[in-house]
Ligand binder design. Sequence first.
Ligand code: G6P
Length: 613
Amino acid sequence: MCGIVGYIGGKEVYPILIDGLKRLEYRGYDSSGVAVFCANVPHIYKVKGKISDLERFIGDNPKKGTLGIGHTRWATHGEPNDINAHPHISMKGKFVIVHNGIIENYATLKKKLVNRGYTFKSETDTEVLANLIEYIYEFGKVSATDAVRFALNKVQGAYGIAVICTDECDKLIVARNSSPLVIGVGEKEFYVGSDATPFVQYTNNVIYLDNENMAVLTRNGKVDIKTIKNDVIKPEIQTVDLNFDEIEKGGYSHFMLKEIYEQPKSISDTIRGRVDLTHNSIVLGGLMPVMSKIMNARRIIIVGCGTSWHAGIMGEYLFEEYSRIPVEVEYASEFRYRDPVINSDDVVIAISQSGETADTLAAVKLAKEKGATVIGICNVVGSSISRETHAGVYTHAGPEIGVASTKAFTAQVMVLAMMALSIGKAKYNIAPEMYMSLLNELITVPQKIEEFLEKPDQVKKIAELYKNSPNFIYLGRGCYYPIALEGALKLKEISYIHATGYPAAEMKHGPIALIDNKMPVVVIAANRRGYDKIVNNVQEVKARKGIIIAIVREGDETISKMADHVIEVPKFTTAIGALITIIPLQLLSYYIAVMRGCNVDQPRNLAKSVTVE
Ligand code: G6P
């Protein structure tokens, strides 16, 4: 979703802003803009469309300066157009601002400002904030910093902001509440980003701003952090472990393809240092402080959105099978708006690649308030969810730039598998031989995925045949059901083909009505347990002339003969190995989307990090 970039220091600011915005493109946006301060005068350029449109609009001679802010906007208040794009400037030109999040009481504030003579050019809540700050600055005769602080005490909602006052151009003021903001610390210079990707090529030293905190970054290298209630906070500089190469395409045509192919490595990184084969143990250091709570949990509730929710359903199968703890999986957005019954002996696991998804973050806060132990499974280190939870496990999948999640999903499932196995072992629910075979399967997943990825042509051919199909159905039973859901989600996200994922047996209660000789039905038919049942489901589809694309294990005989197309994955024996079956589905959607000419990495309307409810 929206992205912020900013800089104050001695370097030419325009290339820093533009390159930074390009690094934030992955978050999803529909307009963009920059403000470059040249001799203390702001020059604002903003357009609807891509960063390349912005560059074209600005031309070859952008203004020169060493202070500036930039933004990618994902429209919430007002349609995507040049006027609603950020940065916004206050009515009298004193404050220039970029903002992520939503000011919920903007209408009330706007009304008050209109009564005091303010006029507005855009439909945004951000312009309301800019004018509110200016009004307080002028009317209250306070410093720019205090004007920002007083204004933030009046707003309700989420914000990550970067503000510059035209009277105080030696400062860049930033603040956050429920919307991420990271400061990059250089030599007498500061960078600002919604995450560290815009500036990681310049510095790895970062300060993560906490909720309701603001920072004043000065040209002489001084940083002052305060709460918006005026309590002084000591800046804590951390090192971010992000490599510049990881956020480049590295020879692949799309980030999504790169990330699909990275999975053998990313999964190895997820399990590295956690699976100890000498002692046949799994050690998840981040869970140590809450291990007894997990062991005695009456129930586990898993919350997440999108792909992370699908990983949660995989987790349900793994936890129930190996740990024998009852599990419920909830959409974070539904969980938070009910009045869920939560007790202190419940453990809530929040899964989120970005660690910033607004609904998941709100679910975490609610679960904490109600006394549950809350664990995070996040990919982005230092993200809001990872900091709000009592304990957690990082997936260490590396930065995921493609909007459609791939490597984050497999890493999340691996973390859940490691948790389920270690708890199952500690509770004596898994027989020692079974535990050993599960552990062995777990560590060979990367190698099997690598093997599969060497033969993408079998998937490409099927993509070519069905790329124009308007609908797809995905079916799976047991732990292949969430795989079916995830496969269908991948396809609709990036190719705009309607696809529905269903439990295979449930098909006869509705989706079967859709089946005719034009309907491709992807069946994840790798079950060992319940294989006969999935054979029945395939027959039901065939009887209605549906086209079966079956994902089977190498050596499969029955379904391979019945299916119209077969994709074989390397043999595996347990539910943990089942994860491999998502790889052909990721590739299938990727190839179909490319063949249809879609923007694979930045699909329309979608955002990578959904920081609004
Ligand atoms: C967005 C993304 C999805 C992602 C979901 C949850 O909708 O487009 O790919 O699965 O958010 O994101 P999270 O960062 O919480 O895993």
